[in-house]
Design a binder for this molecule. Structure first.
Ligand code: GSH
Length: 216
């Protein structure tokens, strides 16, 4: 029997991983529909997402795209708001982590470093080493900013899981699969300590993309 919650996404997409992690963290039973936004042409994706990206969440007939909106909806609808902190300062830091990750982190961490150092070699696709170098350079100030937030301790403390953890952990999880990423992480000790703890969180581990999964 199908569930009322359906996540349309691409197995290897880091944003789809974030949505999966939030759903599992919120203990929501959900179905998935696999849609590869990089397929040519991405017809199916565009039916739900006007910008042709993933993920999109459908709850009954309510359709949401944009991962932060999806996460916040899941948190309010299914998790009794337990994935956002009560304190204003911690909330501000959580929002900062999510915005920093989206605005400055996604492209260098995932599209440049992970894609060119790890994913493209797996898939036998062309690799551009300059993308890895540029990604590492761009990742440094992002990780430094996140390190300061982790050191302060309002969020990214691994004591209480918030949407900041769910948004950042998949990105770092991908970045650290690259040798180059692991070297840079040595320069951000508070973030590295957070990662050592969050890496074992069941909702992150259970939703990790598996190498070799093919989608249409
Ligand atoms: N702002 C979007 C970003 C989603 C996004 O960029 N998803 C990637 C996969 S990780 C995608 O669909 N890319 C397709 C493309 O760039 O054409 C969100 O928060 O959901």
């Amino acid at each position: 029997m199908s569930t009322p919650v359906v996540l349309h996404g691409y197995h290897h997409s880091v944003y789809t991983w974030i949505a999966r992690m939030v759903l599992v963290q919120a203990d929501v039973t959900f179905d998935t529909v696999e849609e590869n936004p990089f397929a040519d042409p991405p017809v199916v994706v565009r039916k739900l997402h006007p910008f042709g990206r993933v993920p999109t969440l459908v709850h009954d007939d309510f359709v949401i795209f944009e991962t932060t909106a999806i996460s916040r909806y899941i948190n309010r609808e299914f998790a009794n708001d337990t994935l956002t902190p009560d304190c204003a300062k911690a909330q501000a830091r959580m929002d900062q982590v999510i915005a920093i990750t989206d605005s400055y982190g996604y492209v260098p961490l995932v599209r440049q470093v992970f894609a060119h150092a790890v994913f493209r070699p797996w898939e036998g696709e062309r690799v551009d080493p300059e993308q890895i170098t540029a990604g590492i350079d761009a990742a440094r100030p992002v990780l430094a900013a996140l390190d300061r937030i982790a050191a302060e301790g309002h969020v990214l403390n691994a004591a209480t899981i918030t949407l900041a953890d769910c948004h950042l952990a998949p990105m770092i999880g991908y970045f650290l699969q690259a040798d180059e990423g692991r070297i840079v992480m040595e320069d951000v000790p508070a973030l590295a300590r957070w990662w050592d703890l969050i890496a074992h969180t069941p909702s992150l581990v259970a939703t990790q993309p598996k190498r070799g999964v093919q989608s249409t």
